[in-house]
Design a protein around this ligand. Structure first.
Ligand code: SAH
Ligand code: SF4
Ligand code: F3S
Length: 476
């Protein structure tokens, strides 16, 4: 679910690098406030960023307004990630910083949210003295109660994992948004048991949200001027919802179609697709609607069948290749990206070569690449030995990164001379004379501004130049 920024140059960087730790803020303050302010930082996947918007909405109802400045906040929240050891280290470092703020401003409360809260539970309170509250991903409705308790000096923990909670009725407070693109969570949890992965333990069982609440949220966003929604889930292809009144069943292809019909000018993206579950029905639905973007994040993890089996991914190299072929057959100009893990338990050099070759075969536009990091409690931690030496993991990762860089560069070079419909997101990072926006394939294109155009508008851009990360062009 990580489609923002490739971590091409990084070793073991956390996902969605450009946004890690981003502070949420909204220009117009939310709701009534009795003067209390909260500050929130988010780490990890898009789901966590989306959850922070739910948290902000719940706190807004409870009278808290968001602030960008932690020095003036009454409540500091950190929405955490446990996916790799590095992600948890980052959180602990931030807690040291909050400690200082708390020293200068006694009474400031610190709450840990998200996956690391769920993993460590009350242990967090013992390990980190400054933490006042520990709240797991399914317990955010309890936040105002826990804050009230903490104000009375009572440390609180709620890490209850639910089988039903989808926060369907909560309208997320769109924080630090560009006003053009927004996330919509369509499901929570994960029922797969990939042996390396901590998510099933931190997020609980998979559950899908009522399709009508998803369509209502997309419609509301469109009416507010948004032009792109990304439907989020750990495994969107296993979305399923049954109407309790009619017994009608809705699968992911059906939901995608319902959202695509909200308005032809509302772009629809989704993440993450699981190779074992992505169906031709989904691909045909994508091909049928111009506003469903031609981009699929299809994490392979490894290109070798024996390793995939150890990872418990439940597909083989051949199965994955067939799905890639189906994508390019049904949606010829689709871009595919991936997540790749280097140096999983017992991986040999030959098996590593299979990962390299599948990058070329799949012709990924980009990938998020990591070396394996053992996570306590996972199947791999319990059953397999983390026996690939660190230097070997790092070297293999470097080889993967180097190859992906070349493949991305070629992929982008092939776009030179082509003209794409681009949704303008805002000013480019480098210059306020340029706009940035994405094409359907999720590639960022930078181009000189033109009078009369603004973020949220579509424009046709011809690509003139390309690096491995961005395209440059001009409006035609
Ligand atoms: N639901 C998504 C992935 C969620 S986690 C999916 O099934 O594809 C995001 C990515 O982090 C994974 O795709 C994987 O590449 C990486 N990851 C997960 N656990 C990891 C671990 N223990 N060590 C290294 N990378 C890991
Ligand atoms: Fe983790 Fe696998 Fe679930 Fe993805 S599908 S969240 S990798 S267990
Ligand atoms: Fe996401 Fe990290 Fe949790 S990747 S689901 S925030 S462990």
């Amino acid at each position: 679910m990580y489609n923002q920024n490739p971590t091409l140059e990084g070793i073991n960087k956390t996902i969605d690098e450009s946004k890690q730790g981003e502070v949420f803020f909204q220009e117009k303050e939310a709701g009534a406030t009795d003067g209390k302010r909260f500050y929130i930082e988010s780490y990890g996947c898009q789901m966590n960023f989306s959850d922070s918007e739910i948290v902000a909405s719940i706190l807004g109802e409870a009278g808290f307004a968001p602030t960008r400045n932690m020095e003036e906040s009454d409540l500091i929240l950190i929405n955490t990630c446990s996916i790799r050891e590095k992600a948890e280290e980052t959180v602990r470092k931030r807690l040291r910083v909050f400690d200082k703020v708390k020293g200068n401003r006694p009474g400031t409360l610190v709450g840990v949210l998200g996956c690391m809260a769920e993993r460590l539970k009350e242990k967090f309170l013992d390990e980190e003295k400054l933490v006042d509250m520990v709240i797991g991903p399914d317990a955010y409705r309890d936040l105002p109660g826990l804050v009230a308790g903490a104000e009375e000096g009572e440390k609180g923990v709620n890490v209850f994992l639910s089988r039903e909670e989808t926060y369907a009725d909560i309208s997320p407070l769109r924080l630090d948004s560009n006003g053009v693109s927004a996330f919509i969570s369509i499901m929570r949890g994960c029922d797969n048991m990939c042996s390396f992965c901590v998510v099933p333990f931190t997020r609980g069982r998979e559950r899908s949200r009522d399709c009508f609440s998803v369509v209502a949220e997309a419609t509301d966003l469109y009416n507010k001027g948004y032009r792109e929604v990304t439907l989020l889930g750990q495994n969107v292809d296993s979305y399923k919802w049954e109407n309790p009144e009619t017994g009608n069943k809705v699968n992911f292809a059906n939901l995608l179609e319902m959202v695509a019909q909200v308005h032809p000018d509302l772009r629809v993206r989704f993440s993450t697709s699981h190779p074992k579950d992505i169906t031709d029905e989904v691909l045909h639905t994508m091909a049928k609607y111009e506003n469903i973007c031609n981009y699929i994040h299809l994490p392979v993890q490894s290109g070798n069948s024996r390793v995939l089996d150890l990872m418990n991914r439940t597909y083989t190299r051949e199965w994955y290749m067939e799905r890639v072929e189906a994508i390019y057959r049904i949606i010829p100009d689709c871009a595919i990206s991936s997540d790749i893990i280097a140096g999983f338990c017992t991986e040999t050099e030959e098996e590593h070569q299979d990962t390299l070759s599948i990058i070329e075969f799949s012709n990924y536009s980009m990938s998020y690449m990591f070396f394996y990091s053992e996570r306590p409690g996972t199947l791999a931690a319990r059953k397999l030995e983390d026996d690939v030496p660190q230097e070997v993991k790092k070297r293999r990762l470097q080889e993967i990164i180097r190859l992906q860089n070349q493949v991305s560069f070629k992929h982008n070079q092939k776009d030179i001379g082509k003209t794409f419909k681009v949704l303008i997101e805002g000013d480019s990072k480098r210059s306020d004379q340029d706009f940035k926006g994405r094409n359907s394939q999720n590639k960022m294109i930078v181009f000189p501004k033109k009078e009369g155009l603004k973020p949220g508008d579509y424009t046709m851009v011809k690509v003139l130049d390309a690096t491995s990360a961005t395209l440059k062009g001009e409006i035609v």
